[in-house]
Design a binder for this molecule. Structure first.
Ligand SMILES: CCCCCCCCCCCCCCCC(=O)SCCNC(=O)CCNC(=O)[C@H](O)C(C)(C)COP(=O)(O)OP(=O)(O)OC[C@H]1O[C@@H](n2cnc3c(N)ncnc32)[C@H](O)[C@@H]1OP(=O)(O)O
Length: 262
């Protein structure tokens, strides 16, 4: 038991299987999950090439840093793709990343609340899952980012309730920009549903203010261990600490003004 009375309770990890997952969703989860751990000839378990990223419905509640944001927003803010409580009704998905290959795959089951054309998934919901996957992937590769550009081509409709794979791959990095390509395919890869490209732009100071300040990573967001490492790196530099502090005060001031003027 933690000696600290305000330590948040263990959050629900939405990337773990639940009763709404179809057998195909479960099968693919197990397939990629098995690749996260390998067994040596001596029977020892070692890390595999893939890693499952945990996923939560809040980005601020479980972060110990960024108090100015947490106090004002944490009560109501929810991650868009994780805000439907009914299991299987919205976005059911799990993201796996391959660090060596710099690729990422998401197993996605689209629930009945995501309907667009009759019986098929809404284009905005498809763009949302693509943005989440490429955003998470870019964060994992480069650190805290914002999507600067997302270009989506819809090739064939996705049946509601079906399971698809969302593949993200790194094209290149250029300064603060991470360029990614994304394809949404049927689970056997035979059908292309959607193709997209995206540019994620690194914005370390804004994001660093809302992330864990003590290097604890997995509680605050998908693939955020890299972000915590970068935040920790930044904090070793005296000027960065100063700028970070100024940034927190500025944001605090702005948020206070915004919320008290309405
Ligand atoms: C994220 C993970 C969180 C993890 C923890 C949470 C947990 C779980 C979340 C799961 C993951 C969700 C992921 C959602 C991801 C979003 O949905 S983010 C929300 C949507 N995006 C936004 O709201 C961004 C709005 N835009 C902006 O804030 C600013 O335009 C940006 C993108 C920060 C860039 O602005 P800036 O910092 O002033 O930089 P600026 O000099 O304008 O541009 C930098 C470079 O990018 C280029 N650029 C800028 N815009 C564009 C563009 N549209 N096209 C091409 N190039 C561009 C510029 O030309 C420039 O290039 P260089 O000159 O360096 O070669």
């Amino acid at each position: 038991m933690s000696p600290w009375p305000f330590t948040p309770s263990q959050p629900r990890d939405y990337s773990l299987p639940n009763a709404s997952w179809s057998s195909e969703m479960q099968r693919l989860y197990e397939h990629y999950n098995n690749l996260c751990e390998m067994e040596t000839e001596g029977g020892e378990k070692i890390k595999g090439a893939w890693r499952r990223l945990p996923s939560y419905n809040r980005s601020l509640k479980y972060a110990t840093g960024g108090q100015c944001l947490s106090k004002l927003l944490q009560g109501k803010a929810r991650i868009f793709t994780r805000n439907i409580e009914e299991q299987g009704a919205g976005f059911e998905y799990v993201v796996f990343v391959n660090k060596q290959e710099k690729t990422c795959v998401c197993v996605f089951q689209a629930g009945h609340l995501l309907e667009g054309p009759p019986g098929h998934v809404h284009g905005g919901a498809i763009a949302t899952i693509i943005d989440s996957v490429t955003g998470t992937h870019a964060t994992y590769l480069s650190g805290p980012v914002m999507t600067a550009n997302l270009t989506v081509n819809y090739r064939s409709p996705i049946p509601l309730g079906s399971v698809v794979l969302v593949h993200s791959s790194l094209d290149k990095t250029e300064g603060r920009k991470t360029f990614l390509s994304c394809q949404v395919t049927s689970t056997d890869g035979s059908k292309m549903h959607t193709e997209a490209t995206g540019i994620a732009c690194l914005c370390p100071l804004v994001w660093a203010t809302s992330w864990d300040s003590d290097g604890q990573s997995s509680r605050c967001g998908d693939g955020s261990s890299y972000c915590s490492e970068r935040t920790a790196e930044a904090k070793q530099s005296p000027w960065a600490v100063g700028v970070l502090f100024e940034c927190i005060l500025f944001l605090n001031d702005q948020f206070s003004k915004t919320f008290t003027s309405h």
